[in-house]
Every structure is written in structure tokens, then in C-alpha cells.
Design a protein around this ligand. Structure first.
Ligand code: CDP
Length: 204
């Protein structure tokens, strides 16, 4: 049985944690599509053209250990503006979404462009300050030297680029269930997400 759960939202809203927990709950596979853009962005920092990197991307590229750095995040959002890069990554994501046994994909355009027919769609948000606070704590825990204002301006810059691009801009699908995680902890957010998927399943 194929069943796709599309999870979209801006940087550090909690998509990744919620998606992993939802996938574990339902026994589905999980794909963090941001890693595809991060892997391409990382290659551009070595001087490789984005479209060339996107065309030859392989699964092992998603395992590189520096993909979570702020520099790679910015590079990812720059290559994500390019329609030919996005096009090169579509087939892989769609095949993953329709694998048998169910799939959770998180990203920016899963419910709107990659899987408009997804059985369940979630849009995870939080205020920019809360998101920057969370990302700052993650970076500090990973030993990255940075300061809060820098992380906040990175979040703003990436939000503006992701929402403002012409191809597949970040926005909620009309039928997405919105979950604002600004005031709730991760357990409550996961519970809301599972509840929304169960409701979508029953109305199928
Ligand atoms: O973890 P975080 O939310 O900070 O970022 P990410 O999900 O790893 O995505 C990194 C960048 O890739 C984003 O800022 C987007 O520009 C881009 N992206 C995208 O355009 N479409 C997706 N489906 C996933 C990520």
C-alpha cells in the first residue's frame, strides 16, 4: 500500500523531528528532502556547478557529515532557487513517496509540487525567533561557534529566499493541516501531527 505524508514548513520549525516521529509511529520510511538540496549546495562550495551536482547525486551524498552546517544551509537555499536543479530531483522524491509501505517526506514543496495527491499534508510553522532559538541551541550542541543574531538573520534570509522564489515557493497547500509549534513542546506537536494523519486516513 502506498500512503504519502507530506510535511512542509520553514527552517527549524520542527519538521524533521515531527517527520521522524510520525514515520516511526506508522512504520513508514522517511526522506528529509532538504538533504538533497544541502548535498547539491555543498558541492557548489567546492566549485561544482549546481545542475551538474544535482544530475549525478547519489544516496551516499546524503550521508556527508557537514550537511547540517549554516554555510551549507545557505548554499542549499541558493541552489533551490534554480528550476533545473529542482527538476533534476523530482523523480527520486516522487518514487520515494509512492514506495509501498508508506512514506513521510519533509521539505518546502512536498504538498504543493512533489506530491499534490498526498493522502495527508501537514504545514509546520513557528515564529522566526523561536525557530532561530532552536537552531542556535542545535548548533551550540554540535560545537559550532556562532551567535543568536547571526542565526536569526540566517533564518530570515532563508525564509525570504524560500518564500520569494518563482519556482515551488514555500507555502502551505490549501488542504494542509497547520501546526504552529511556537508555544507547544515537541511531544504535543507530534501528537497533533499523528492525530491529523489519522483524521486524513479516515476521510480517505
Ligand atoms: O533543516 P532546515 O529546515 O533548516 O532546512 P532543510 O529542510 O534542510 O532545507 C535546506 C534548504 O533547502 C531550504 O532552505 C530550501 O531552500 C531548500 N529546500 C527546498 O527548496 N525544497 C525542499 N523540498 C527542501 C529544502
Amino acid at each position: 500500500m502506498a500512503f504519502t505524508i507530506a510535511v512542509d514548513g520553514p527552517a527549524a520549525a520542527g519538521k524533521g523531528t515531527i517527520s521522524r516521529a510520525v514515520a516511526a509511529h506508522f512504520g513508514f520510511a522517511h526522506l528529509d528532502t532538504g538533504l538533497l538540496y544541502r548535498a547539491v549546495g555543498r558541492r557548489t562550495l567546492d566549485g561544482i556547478k549546481a545542475i551538474d551536482a544535482a544530475t549525478v547525486l547519489v544516496a551516499e551524498d546524503l550521508l556527508a557529515d557537514d550537511l547540517r552546517s549554516p554555510e551549507v544551509a545557505q548554499a542549499a537555499s541558493k541552489v533551490a532557487v534554480l528550476p533545473e536543479v529542482r527538476a533534476a530531483l523530482v523523480d527520486f522524491q516522487r518514487a520515494f513517496a509512492r514506495r509501498s509501505g508508506g512514506a513521510v517526506l519533509d521539505g518546502r514543496d512536498i504538498g504543493t509540487v512533489i506530491c499534490p495527491e498526498a493522502e495527508a499534508k501537514l504545514f509546520i510553522t513557528a515564529s522566526a525567533e523561536v525557530r532561530a532559538q532552536r537552531r542556535f541551541a542545535e548548533l551550540v550542541a554540535d560545537g559550532v561557534r556562532t551567535d543568536f543574531d547571526r542565526v536569526l538573520s540566517d533564518v530570515w534570509e532563508r525564509d525570504a529566499r524560500d518564500m520569494g522564489r518563482a519556482d515551488a515557493p514555500l507555502r502551505p497547500a490549501e488542504d494542509a493541516v497547520r501546526i504552529d509549534t511556537s508555544q507547544i513542546d515537541i511531544d504535543a506537536a507530534v501528537a497533533q501531527a499523528i492525530d491529523a494523519v489519522n483524521r486524513a486516513h479516515r476521510s480517505d
